[in-house]
Design a protein around this ligand. Structure first.
Ligand code: NAD
Length: 497
């Protein structure tokens, strides 16, 4: 996929200091439509010097931007919301072209992106500090929040439109200046989003876009002017970024991978549970960090759920996400397809029973696409690799437990803690699950427990490294530094010296 030769196709530019600039990267990569194999464009793997230019630009823009009143800083966001609404169909199409998910799924992620812009428009309220008069006679104390300076965002391939907006609106509304490094596999969506951002009249240098991979990321991690890093991606990279940012004295919030469990109790509404879990496991071709990957049935739920979910999965229409009626698109790359299929092989070799086999799928018109059809594996042995490996594809493993205690033990053993869900009609079981489940996002009769923009997108254990999460109030905490001011002015009332 990489070549040193000059790219023949559309070259994706960087956006630095309010100007679109052709990269002088030595290495370029194809951006490929996963449904057709067609090369859509060429993305530069920008090197340290280009990332450094973006950082220096953002640093130069910071003094003026931080002095811009918060009320003025949110005006470009109001315009951005309007532009995102007006261009939602076109943006969704771009997401589908480069990521493969269906148009409906692409629009849904853009709705969450817009919601984050809306919430960040409340920064003049959300960024306020607090104060108390007379902490001692005639002495007042105030906590104010100030922006950090230059901050950076590094994002994954699976939500090209939404995840950058978990960070961007809050970072800039709080008065920081920003460098965004999107996934090199899906750079077209941010290219278009930045064209819209440019139309808002936001001052030069406040937002910058650098396309690339590891070299650009490392430059952001090492540059002393970058104060904070927001990362979303796989756990090994999240750990690396958290460690390197920390060693360089930066604050970091790093969201990692997942292996999400759903527990189905015998008293669950089985029709509803099946539909919702099917959407969670196979929607976005299983490439959601909140996708259910292991279904734990308790007691009598085993047989009813096993038959129902296999039937629901088999009925899904798989194909090009641009086509009407398609419910599931391809996975992102041919390498990803190969990896997913080999994990299914491994599960079967370990003794799991294949109820539905999505390997070697034949999709009419999708011969060059990376299609894996929905796959259901039953009785995955506890010692199988599949039990706690993030597959990131349309594969659901079924395991069985005799009680809620035993089912919860599966979650305890997992290295991840992004999401856990329970399907039940028992309030007591739901309360216990909410209390004990070791995960950051909990669903009760919910398949994809994705927090609204005004709640933090949580995550525990190997799914998150840091303290403050993405979105809402956590984002304001993350992108501001607290300063406490203690003042004595009223000599009359003060202690006499
Ligand atoms: P990835 O880790 O491969 O890449 C994420 C970003 O890191 C990209 O911008 C990439 O260029 C950069 N990167 C990759 N390798 C790097 C390296 N060695 N050094 C520095 N930077 C590097 O992730 P992906 O495949 O794009 O996304 C899928 C993963 O993201 C899954 O594991 C999924 O669970 C996770 N994810 C997590 C959440 C969450 O909220 N926890 C949300 C979405 C996706």
């Amino acid at each position: 996929m990489k070549s040193i030769a000059a790219p023949p196709l559309t070259k994706i530019p960087n956006y630095i200091n309010g100007r679109w600039q052709e990269s002088f990267a030595a290495e370029w990569q194809d951006v490929i439509n996963p449904a057709t194999g067609e090369v859509l464009a060429r993305v530069p793997l920008s090197d340290t010097s280009e990332a450094t230019k973006a950082i220096e630009t953002a640093a130069a823009a910071f003094p003026s931007w931080r002095r811009t009143p918060p009320e003025d800083r949110i005006q470009p966001l109001f315009k951005l919301k309007q532009l995102l609404e007006e261009h939602i169909n076109e943006l969704a199409r771009t997401i589908t072209l480069e990521n493969g998910k269906t148009l409906t799924e692409a629009k849904a992620e853009l709705r969450r992106a817009i919601e984050n812009v809306e919430v960040a428009c409340g920064i003049p309220m959300m960024m306020q500090g607090y104060n108390l008069e007379d902490v001692a006679r005639g002495i007042d104390e105030t906590m104010i929040r100030q922006p950090l300076g230059v901050v950076a965002t590094i994002t994954p391939f699976n939500f090209p439109g939404m995840i950058p907006f978990w960070f961007l609106p809050y970072a800039i509304a709080c008065g920081n200046t920003l460098v965004v490094k999107p996934s090199e596999r899906v750079p077209l969506t941010m290219l278009r989003a930045f064209e819209l951002l440019e139309q808002t009249g936001i001052p030069k240098g406040v937002v910058n876009l650098v396309n690339g991979g590891k070299a650009a990321v490392d430059a952001l991690l090492d540059h002393p002017k970058v104060r904070a890093i927001s990362f979303v991606g796989s756990t090994p990279v999240a750990k690396y970024i958290y460690a390197r940012a920390g060693a360089n004295g930066k604050r970091a919030q790093c969201q990692g991978g997942a292996k999400n469990h759903v527990i189905i109790l015998p008293d669950a509404d089985m029709t509803m549970a099946t539909q919702i879990i099917s959407d969670s496991a196979f929607g976005c071709a299983g490439q959601r960090c909140l996708a259910v990957s292991v279904a734990v049935t308790v007691g009598e739920a085993q047989k009813t759920f096993r038959d129902a979910i296999t039937e629901a999965a088999a009925s899904l229409k798989v194909g090009n996400g641009l086509e009407e009626g398609v419910q599931m698109g391809p996975v992102i790359t041919t390498q990803s397809k190969t990896r997913i299929e080999s994990l299914i092989d491994r599960g079967v070799n370990d003794g799991a029973k294949l109820l539905l086999d999505g390997r070697d799928s034949k999709i009419s018109g999708g011969e060059n696409g990376n299609f894996v059809k929905p796959t259901v594996l039953d009785a995955v042995p506890a010692n199988s690799d599949l039990t706690d490996t993030e597959i990131f594809g349309p594969v659901l493993s079924l395991v069985h437990a005799t009680s809620l205690d035993e089912a919860l033990a599966f979650l305890d053993r997992s290295a991840y803690g992004n999401q856990a869900s329970l399907f039940t009609s028992s309030g007591a079981a739901a309360r216990r699950f909410r209390y004990e489940a070791p995960a950051g996002n909990i669903g009760i009769n919910i398949g994809v427990a994705a927090p609204m923009a005004y709640f933090p997108f949580s995550g525990w254990k190997g799914s998150f490294f840091g303290v403050q999460h993405a979105q809402g109030r956590d984002a304001v905490e993350f992108y501001t530094e607290k300063k406490v001011v203690i003042e004595r002015w009223a000599a009359d009332h003060s202690r006499k010296f």
